[in-house]
Design a protein around this ligand. Structure first.
Ligand code: A3P
Length: 302
């Protein structure tokens, strides 16, 4: 269970039970195209942000349009870049989604660990962008996110319970966890196959957004031209996709992605280091030990 949401251990990762069927369907039926772009992440590490950025970078010719006509103003990033197991293969259980008609590059997202991705994603030339976040802020974000939902309405959170959940989290028991396996799986692939997997960190993106956007565009094979670099294109993309800006858009303020899911739950503080305001010294020590284990296994922050 993760805050009222049942999970099952499947292929070594904790799959939310309500997604198991769609996970299997995605693994069985999805055929990647060489031109596909896949955003991978563990929940609460910056997925929504990266979805907005990727969609805008790829469709940046639209930036010259009247700002209010841009898709991000009326469509939530999670609809613009749908999750394969959470959305696409979930809503069409029993049928096959018609993905062939989507114009390329097709832009999808997944929370699945690298080891459980369908074979065609690994063998095709499709590109994967992975975003990770420091495990302290990830925990705090997960904690706040889940407590907003219907399934956790009977839960009365307190510090003892939060400590219990930190322990679970550090033992790998979280949606799509263990965290270590998730991060290391994509990290190792990004080292061995840098043309295939680009590994990004939320904190790096916050600190140096321009350099990261250039890196992203280059990785996707659509680098910013000199004119774009010298003009306002990169700055405009950063601003359009900023937390402050997205949070203020009506679709994200009052829209619902599912009847039970308000888009505003995706946007909170977005502060690096906010964990210091929420975690006790015991919790910090426990998560720090997990971070050290991840580092010991070869991961080093860029
Ligand atoms: P906090 O809960 O720390 O505020 P995900 O999109 O993977 O669910 O991650 C959610 C986290 O990303 C939340 O962090 C949220 O506030 C933050 N976030 C959402 N949109 C963002 C944006 N445009 N820029 C930076 N952070 C963003």
């Amino acid at each position: 269970m993760w805050l009222g949401d049942p999970m099952r251990l499947y292929q070594g990762f904790w799959c939310l039970s309500f997604l198991l069927e769609s996970v299997v369907s995605f693994q069985t039926h999805f055929k990647a195209h060489d031109t596909d772009i896949l955003l991978a992440s563990i929940p609460k590490t910056g997925t929504t942000w990266l979805k907005s950025l990727l969609h805008t970078i790829i469709n940046r010719q639209n930036l010259s349009k009247n700002c209010s006509q841009l898709p991000l103003h009326t469509i939530t990033p999670h609809e613009l870049v749908p999750h394969l197991e959470v959305t696409i293969y979930k809503t069409i259980i029993g049928n096959q989604p018609d993905l062939a008609t989507i114009s390329s590059p097709r832009l999808f997202a997944t929370h699945m660990p690298y080891s459980s991705l369908p074979t065609s994603i690994k063998t095709s030339k499709c590109k994967i962008i992975y975003v990770c976040r420091n495990p302290f802020d990830t925990f705090v974000s997960l904690w706040h996110f889940y407590l907003q939902f219907e399934m956790s309405k009977d839960i009365k959170p307190n510090m003892d319970m939060m400590e219990e959940y930190v322990e679970k989290y550090c033992m790998g028991i979280l949606p799509f966890g263990p965290l270590e396996d998730h991060v290391l799986g994509y990290w190792k692939e990004s080292i061995e196959n840098p043309q295939k997997v680009l590994f990004l960190e939320y904190e790096g993106l916050k600190k140096e957004p321009k350099a990261h956007l250039k890196k992203l565009a280059e990785f996707l094979g659509i680098p910013f031209s000199k004119a774009e670099e010298e003009g306002n294109v990169i700055k405009d993309i950063i601003e359009l996709c900023s937390l402050k800006n997205l949070k203020e858009m009506e679709v994200n303020k009052s829209g619902k992605f599912y009847p039970w899911f308000e888009n505003k739950t995706l946007f909170r503080s977005g502060k690096v280091g906010d964990w210091i305001n929420h975690l006790t010294p015991t919790m910090i020590k426990r998560i720090d030990a997990m971070q050290k284990e991840i580092n010991k296994a070869g991961f080093s922050s860029t």
